[in-house]
Write a protein that binds this ligand. Structure first.
Ligand code: NAG
Length: 360
């Protein structure tokens, strides 16, 4: 009787503890990093890595490590006590890939972590979130990233990533949120990107991406936010972008986009549209209507000519409008929502006139 209950107790202990292989992988991961100010790794001692190791969570049933959640900017008491944000150097050890049940990897905003994304990360079959924003990570996105069939969030923004967007990225069939902003990514946008049917946010701003905007982007029917600004994209804006059912934000500013302004963009679901600092030519299509509702419409610094179309008066709302630095001419149409606009919305054109500029 006694021996069997002892067995039960000892069995219980082994079931609850973290497997030694997971613990060893975490310790190797920790050994490649250096965090001098907060002591977040001080809790990473003892045998049970599932118990109070800062930022580590295990699956309650398998007891395997499921989440690594280390954020350098957080409300956690450890940060309040130190009265500072986090800073960490070192690199992400490939030992992390031995944690084969990982579902979340968040190593964000530590400012100083360098090295590459371990290529073996693509072989973590259960990975759902990979968030490495705000470090100094260099090298390329693993070419076979597309193997991560459960990945919903890929965020490597604000790092030093180089190379192209891998073609296999389009195989991430669960991907909802893609954030590659502010890196040094070059190459073109893969044409197969339209395969990402779950994608709702695609943020690629602040890279060196060139070539055309693939029309296939408009196949991503859940896409609500597309930011391709501050790149080197050229060619025309696909008209189909204005026919997307939930696209609300479209930022294409500061590229080398040419061609005409597609009429579809002016009475679409898009309410934030920034096309500033491109080479868009021709006139502004006379295609505004009651469906046109813009919190922000910035067409400044292009080559638009002709008059501001009369139909703009029928737009239901335009909060912030910037048509400055073009070649527009003629009388500014009147509209109720135009009352709050200032002259700066219209300055630096060829010959615009009327309120809020000088009378014609
Ligand atoms: C639109 O983009 C330009 C260029 O990147 C930027 O300077 C401007 O502030 C943006 N407009 C608004 C209203 O945010």
């Amino acid at each position: 009787m006694i021996s069997s209950s002892l067995l039960l107790v000892s069995g219980h202990v082994t079931v609850n503890a973290c497997p030694p292989a997971d613990r060893a992988a975490l310790l190797a991961f920790k050994a490649a990093l250096h965090e001098p100010y907060l002591g977040i790794f001080n809790s990473w001692t003892g045998y049970d890595c599932c118990n109070k190791w800062y930022g580590v969570t295990c699956d309650p049933s398998t007891k395997r490590v499921a989440d690594i959640n280390l954020r350098g900017e957080s409300e956690d008491p450890i940060f309040q006590k130190a009265r500072r944000t986090g800073y960490m150097t070192g690199s992400i050890s490939p030992a992390i890939c031995k944690l084969e049940r990982l579902s979340t990897v968040i190593i964000a905003d530590w400012k100083g972590i360098s090295g590459v994304i371990p290529p073996c990360i693509s072989s973590l079959p259960f990975l759902r979130i990979l968030d490495l924003i705000g470090n100094q990570i260099s090298g390329e996105i693993p070419y076979d990233i597309g193997k991560l069939s459960h990945l919903m969030v890929l965020n490597v923004a604000d790092n030093k990533i180089i190379g192209r967007i891998p073609r296999s990225l389009a195989d991430l069939s669960s991907l909802k949120h893609l954030d590659l902003r502010n890196n040094m990514i070059s190459g073109t946008i893969p044409r197969n990107i339209g395969k990402l049917r779950m994608l709702s946010r695609a943020l690629l701003s602040g890279n060196r991406i060139y070539g055309p905007i693939p029309e296939t982007i408009s196949y991503i029917y859940r896409l609500s936010d597309l930011d391709l600004s501050l790149n080197r994209l050229s060619g025309p804006i696909p008209e189909s972008l204005g026919k997307m059912s939930v696209l609300g934000t479209l930022n294409l500013d500061a590229n080398m986009i040419s061609g005409k302004l597609p009429a579809t963009l002016l009475s679409s679901r898009i309410s934030i549209l920034n096309l500033s600092r491109n080479a868009i030519e021709g006139s502004i299509p006379d295609f505004f209507g009651p469906r046109s509702y813009f919190m922000m419409l910035d067409l400044s610094y292009n080559k638009l000519k002709g008059a501001i179309p009369k139909s703009i008066s029928s737009a239901s709302f335009i909060g912030h409008l910037d048509l400055s630095h073009n070649h527009l001419c003629g009388k500014i149409p009147a509209a109720s929502w135009l009352e709050h606009l200032e002259a700066s919305s219209f300055t630096y054109n060829d010959c615009l006139c009327g309120k809020p500029l000088k009378a014609c």
